[in-house]
Design a protein around this ligand. Structure first.
Ligand SMILES: *[C@@H]1O[C@H](CO)[C@@H](O)[C@H](O)[C@H]1NC(C)=O
Ligand SMILES: *[C@@H]1O[C@H](CO)[C@@H](O)[C@H](O)[C@H]1NC(C)=O
Ligand SMILES: *[C@@H]1O[C@H](CO)[C@@H](O)[C@H](O)[C@H]1NC(C)=O
Ligand SMILES: *[C@@H]1O[C@H](CO)[C@@H](O)[C@H](O)[C@H]1NC(C)=O
Ligand SMILES: *[C@@H]1O[C@H](CO)[C@@H](O)[C@H](O)[C@H]1NC(C)=O
Ligand SMILES: *[C@@H]1O[C@H](CO)[C@@H](O)[C@H](O)[C@H]1NC(C)=O
Ligand SMILES: *[C@@H]1O[C@H](CO)[C@@H](O)[C@H](O)[C@H]1NC(C)=O
Length: 777
């Protein structure tokens, strides 16, 4: 019945709200792309590089991995040098115990590091799962060893409540004023979550398990102490039981405890006396919520206060409408909810209702509650859930993206050259993609997507080094270092402005797109992060119609090639497509040839060299109201009679690359070639239509299934059939067999190959590799 109610509601949600377009990353880099070089570090035999910590000077990166603590030297040039290592595996005895308890000695009975915090100038504090027996210790930074106990053995402390038992369970830790606040699972079974405070001479404090302040499945994702605030905040999710009609509904939550809390004297001894929790809301109005939280970060604001950013997904498999969302929550919005009404459980009806009596003094949950305020503390035992929910800033997600699951995020406040601060989000996915996005008044713009790994795997951790301009990525097999930007890949002022990357600006003196590092002299630099209008920003960059290529200002880095083909050669003229947000169009010679020319789905223009197809062909990109040519080909009238073999090309200045002739060792009838090309284009069209409709049908199917089956769990969500390509930029199968005619999308040449067995296929594909097109004019 509950499932049906959900389904009804969900159907309603889908039908009433039209989906906006899915925001596409403007530029995408495949793994190994030389424009985004990602130095990486890994050590043979070491895995699970889960926990990252930077030293205060940002020169050393500490990594908590499986059975190992590492120290790496890092710098802004991209090196990650091994400095030191502490092997810290569980003892054989602990391993045997772990195996005896039916845990795997191949995947689980290890010491997975879970807490790694800077205790003081000379020591780190570290905890790990230690073969299902959580253990902590101190790391001396002088010697980079574990601190020894009395007998010279490493000092091992009980880490229960600080590290989980099970490496699969979530954890969070924050070191505040020398004390460690943690949220994790407190027992072997993994059904007793706990928020606790340790590491000081003050009383060790815990949440009360008996009073069920936390549901048994609470999963912690982050915790923070923020400036000018007397509380520590925890972000987590748990099954809610305050909703009458929903069973098994997950809700994202924020909880607070006071730093000044010392527990109660008579009531709530050794327990928090200020624990409160509230629901977080991340949803479009009238739409189904993103109710699963994966991670959160806190970003102090230049004007004071703090904004929390969280990445969410949905508990329900929602086909094309599912995916991920980023929501921002302001510190005042959270405080307001914690200062608002409480909920209470009606013992008779077992339903949660709003508590509307006058609130006592001192206010329950406020930091002025003393250990002996028994009346207030008794109230706190039952009133730990707030009535209001924390709405996101702007009352809607900052970013919604289909077909991805964001697992981690990092946020940095980046000043533009005019001094405005823009939040830049780095979002890691469960498939190993990194999205970099800037939050703008007009909406969030995804600047780039980087495929981090060769094989898809989850991003485990992200850590920013603002001083080094680096982002560190922890994953199963190592640590990657991603420079926050590579501005030099934008080669013209227009590209630099259209990127809308706050890290990049156009230096009009040196004619280069450069990083806006602090301290740079930006007198002659140009940037338009908010609008990205090159026509307003770049000098002399207004489109000049057909007069392109002649401009002396070097602003349009036009690419031009002159081709002198043999008659009836098939030429493939690629159009470099840097931006997914641009429309690409070919401009033809004045007398547009009526036949012998076709444009493929990837915007490559295919033509048969004949007198009537000679002329100038230009591929124009238009984006954000601005048009510019990205490739220009001057195809000359063929020389030499038909049957004369050979292909000639004269390229102005620069070595020829990117234009692929069909190297004919013998000649063909032009008619045959024309027919073949047209057939190929028709086939491609047909395949495209078929794929799109198949794609749509799959989507429709998955919707229906999603509705009739019970809500998917987090785990099964990840097994969803990948229905990528929602942006319309779909990928074709690498080869497509159709009877005798064998056609490959990236090489028309192969169509002919099938009929002329001796012909060699053209070299690899050229589609869209920017800069691959040709030399500069
Ligand atoms: C940045 O891009 C340029 C040109 O596209 C490339 O040559 C360079 O190696 C890249 N640098 C990094 C650090 O990725
Ligand atoms: C794991 O246990 C199996 C059987 O109990 C044993 O054969 C194997 O050597 C153990 N592997 C490790 C890495 O300890
Ligand atoms: C840092 O903490 C360690 C472990 O508690 C302690 O032994 C050491 O004296 C402390 N050092 C300083 C400088 O406070
Ligand atoms: C705890 O230690 C602090 C300084 O480290 C000291 O000022 C305080 O008196 C101690 N409190 C107790 C209860 O011992
Ligand atoms: C910045 O560069 C411009 C031009 O090179 C120069 O006139 C100006 O004095 C420089 N400003 C500073 C603060 O160095
Ligand atoms: C193509 O043009 C060239 C030069 O203008 C001329 O020599 C040649 O005869 C023409 N070929 C055809 C088939 O018209
Ligand atoms: C530049 O292009 C934008 C978008 O089309 C337009 O709104 C703006 O008015 C243009 N500015 C100029 C100076 O042409």
């Amino acid at each position: 019945m509950h499932a049906r109610a959900l389904c009804l509601l969900w159907g309603l949600a889908i039908s009433t709200a039209a989906l906006g377009p899915d925001p596409a990353p403007r530029v995408a880099f495949q793994w190994g792309d030389p424009r985004r070089i990602l130095p990486h570090f890994s050590l043979r035999g070491v895995s699970n590089y889960d926990v990252l910590l930077l030293s205060k000077d940002e020169d050393t990166l500490y990594v908590g991995a499986r059975d190992t603590i590492l120290s790496l030297g890092v710098d802004s040039t991209g090196t990650m040098a091994f400095k030191n290592l502490i092997p810290w595996a569980p003892t054989d005895e602990k391993k045997q115990e772990c195996v005896f308890k039916k845990k795997s000695n191949l995947t689980e009975c290890f010491n997975f590091i879970r807490v790694l915090v800077p205790l003081n100038q000379t020591h780190l504090y570290v905890c790990g799962t230690y073969a299902f027996s959580p253990t902590c210790s101190y790391v001396s930074l002088d010697t980079f060893t574990l601190v020894s106990g009395a007998q010279g053995q490493p000092l091992l402390l009980d880490g229960k409540g600080q590290s989980p038992f099970n490496p699969q369970h979530t954890y969070t830790a924050a070191l505040v004023d020398g004390e460690l606040y943690t949220g994790t699972m407190n027992n072997f079974q993994g059904n007793e979550p706990i928020i606790s405070r340790a590491l000081s001479n003050r009383t060790l404090l815990k949440t009360d398990a008996f009073l069920r302040w936390l549901q048994a499945d609470a999963a912690f994702v982050a915790s923070f102490s923020i400036p000018h605030d007397d509380k520590v905040y925890f972000f987590f999710e748990e099954t809610a039981n305050e909703f009458d009609f929903f069973e098994g509904l997950t809700v994202p939550r924020v909880a607070q405890v006071c730093k000044s809390d010392v527990g109660g004297d008579k009531v709530l001894q050794r327990k928090w006396t200020t624990f409160l929790k509230a629901q977080l809301s991340c949803a479009q109005p009238e739409r189904f919520p993103y109710n699963v939280i994966h991670h959160a970060v806190a970003l102090p604001q230049p004007a004071g206060g703090t904004v929390f950013y969280g990445v969410f997904s949905s508990q329900w498999e929602m086909g094309a409408t599912g995916g991920a969302a980023v929501c921002a929550f302001s510190q005042p919005a959270i405080k307001e909810v914690f200062n608002g009404k409480y909920k209470e459980l009606n013992k008779g009806s077992l339903r949660w209702t709003t508590y509307s009596e006058p609130v006592m003094v001192p206010r329950p949950g406020s930091c002025s509650v003393g250990p002996s305020s028994d009346k207030t503390l008794n109230f706190m035992k039952e009133h730990f859930l707030m009535d209001g929910k924390v709405e996101p800033m702007g009352l809607r997600p900052l970013l919604e993206k289909q077909d991805v699951t964001y697992t981690r995020l990092a946020v940095h406040q980046v000043p533009s050259i005019s001094g405005t601060q823009y939040p830049v989000l780095f979002l890691g996915t469960d498939q190993g993609l990194l999205h970099k996005a800037v939050v703008l008044p007009g909406g969030t713009h995804i600047i780039e997507e980087i495929q981090l790994f060769q094989e898809p795997e989850a991003v485990r951790n992200l850590l920013l080094s603002p001083a080094k301009g680096m982002l560190y990525v922890g994953f199963a097999r190592g640590v990657l270092q991603v420079p926050v930007a590579n501005c030099s890949l934008y080669q013209s002022c227009a590209d630099c402005i259209l990127a809308r990357d706050p890290f990049c600006a156009w230096d009009s003196l040196s004619h280069a797109c450069r990083e806006t590092r602090a301290g740079a002299n930006v007198t002659h630099w140009l940037q338009d992060v908010e609008m990205g209008f090159p026509n307003d920003t770049c000098p002399q960059s207004r489109p000049k119609g057909r007069a392109i290529g002649r401009s002396q200002d070097g602003v349009d880095s036009n690419v031009m090639k002159t081709l002198s083909p043999a008659p009836n050669t098939v030429l493939r003229l690629p159009c470099p497509r840097l931006s997914a947000l641009a429309n690409y169009n070919w401009r033809y010679p004045e007398q547009r040839p009526s036949e012998g020319v076709a444009v493929l789905a990837d915007q490559t223009l295919v033509l048969i060299a004949q007198n009537r197809t000679a002329g100038t062909y230009e591929c124009w990109a238009s984006e954000n109201g601005y048009s510019r040519p990205v490739a220009r080909y001057v195809v000359q009238q063929p020389r030499g009679g038909a049957g004369h073999p050979g292909y000639h090309s004269r390229v102005d200045g620069i070595a020829e690359e990117g234009v692929e002739p069909l190297s004919p060792h013998r000649s063909y009838w032009p008619q045959f070639v024309t027919v073949t090309v047209l057939l190929a284009v028709t086939l491609v069209g047909a395949v495209a239509v078929a794929l799109v409709s198949y794609h749509d049908r799959l989507k429709a199917k998955s919707k229906v299934q999603g509705c009739s089956s019970p809500p998917a769990t987090k785990a099964s969500q990840q097994e969803k059939v990948p229905l990528s390509g929602a942006g319309g930029d779909f990928q074709f199968p690498t080869s497509y067999q159709d009877g005798a005619c064998c056609l490959q999308m990236d090489g028309i040449s192969q169509a002919i190959d099938a009929d002329n067995n001796r012909l060699s296929a053209g070299p690899g594909l050229m589609d869209g590799a920017p800069g691959a097109a040709a030399g500069k004019a």
